[in-house]
Write a protein that binds this ligand. Sequence first.
Ligand SMILES: Cc1cc2nc3c(=O)[nH]c(=O)nc-3n(C[C@H](O)[C@H](O)[C@H](O)COP(=O)(O)OP(=O)(O)OC[C@H]3O[C@@H](n4cnc5c(N)ncnc54)[C@H](O)[C@@H]3O)c2cc1C
Length: 448
Amino acid sequence: MRRSCYAADRTGHMILQTCYQQCIKHDVHFYNEYHVLDLLVENGRCAGVVALCLATGEIQTFHAKAVIFATGGCGKMFRVSSNAHSLTGDGMAVVYRRGIPLEDMEFFQFHPTGIYKMGILLSEAARGEGAILRNNLNERFMERYAPTLLDLAPRDMVSRAMYREVREGRGINGKNYVYLDMTHLGREVLEKKLPDITEFVRTYMGIDPLTQPVPIQPTAHYAMGGIPTDVDGRVVIDEKNTPLPGLYAAGEVACVSVHGANRLGTNSLVDILVFGRRGGRHALKFIQENDWVPLPARADEPARALVSQVLNSTGKERAADIRDVLQDEMMDKASVFRNAKDLAAMREKLRELRGRYREVKSEDRGARYNTELLEIIELGGLLDLAEVLVAGALARQESRGGHFREDFPKRDDTNWLKHTLAYQSPKGIELKFKPVTITKFQPMERKY
Ligand SMILES: Cc1cc2nc3c(=O)[nH]c(=O)nc-3n(C[C@H](O)[C@H](O)[C@H](O)COP(=O)(O)OP(=O)(O)OC[C@H]3O[C@@H](n4cnc5c(N)ncnc54)[C@H](O)[C@@H]3O)c2cc1C
């Protein structure tokens, strides 16, 4: 685990570099700083996308035989997240609004070791090298929760243990964090084997991990759910896995469901490599074998209406205020621990936020690099996705992987060995279910 995690950080950079080099080699054209707003579907086939050019403010239609969404995850719906600012789940929200379901959105992984308040990730590499989690009594509390795996127990278990310590009054200084103690590892290990982690702590916390323990708390890290796809990256739209021709998704935005309810560390990059490649190959074959589908009439109209509504709003709400409430409440009520009461309260809160969102306005009415407009559009997507996550989490009356219900703490294969598919409908979210495909490995209880 420890070597692979550290190696995976480096592998990520190498994947990016290699992909970029290959794109240059093959003369791929990049539309930099275009923000996708809408998906075009005509006669049951994907026909392209509509995007906003950030530099000019123009809305442009991209007519395409095939589209692959690779817009990443949606960790920014939570206050504390390891995800970058742009990870607001846009791709998921765009396809969801076009009637395509989202699968298993209730399965969201929290990584235990995020820098306190900031969420910046300190990977397993630190605990792999021997770092220890401690509470305010200086106890190695993982001895109580996972006597054999200790600090290297699975992410969901460690996150829950940290929350329990805090709830039972053993957080540091009475607050909602514990310590990651690396002080015994020595300079050689910290600087040679854990240089990124050491630097993050020095830069962002202003403390030296050689001499001081690091305040940490669980951080929203990875969406196991997303746009349902088959193993060729084709987006599928129902419980029978019917593909929507020409539409593909890969990476964290997609739910091929290889990670089930709980991804193992390092496996996102494997997922991306395998299914990104398979999706790309299938899309290539698809465009060679199929003709263009005509563009829908007034293809860009819904995207134009969305932008104009924000720019011409006379409301009084600010996106930042609504986002603050969304992130805080999601962290409190729908993160590591969930229960029916909190989730129902969250659903109500989301209704209220939805009402406020209708009154949101952009102070910046300009066309060029209007980042406020973007943030408002992204917030609309986050609200949609939070609603889906909460609906799935409320429905799923069991605990499985990253989804833990205090009121249903056991896994329930009799009733819940199935995927959720959430559809947007005029009456609200419609949940359907899809059977889990089981091949060689039978599901078993986790034991450590
Ligand atoms: C700190 C951290 C460490 C991690 N470490 C590991 C690890 O060691 N091993 C591992 O396997 N996994 C790791 N993961 C998970 C893994 O990195 C991610 O799941 C993976 O990078 C997702 O890749 P992606 O290509 O799907 O999306 P991303 O790399 O997130 O890229 C999505 C892109 O889409 C763009 N985009 C978003 N919305 C729009 C829009 N509307 N229009 C146009 N573009 C848009 C974004 O700007 C971004 O460039 C880590 C994640 C984090 C946050």
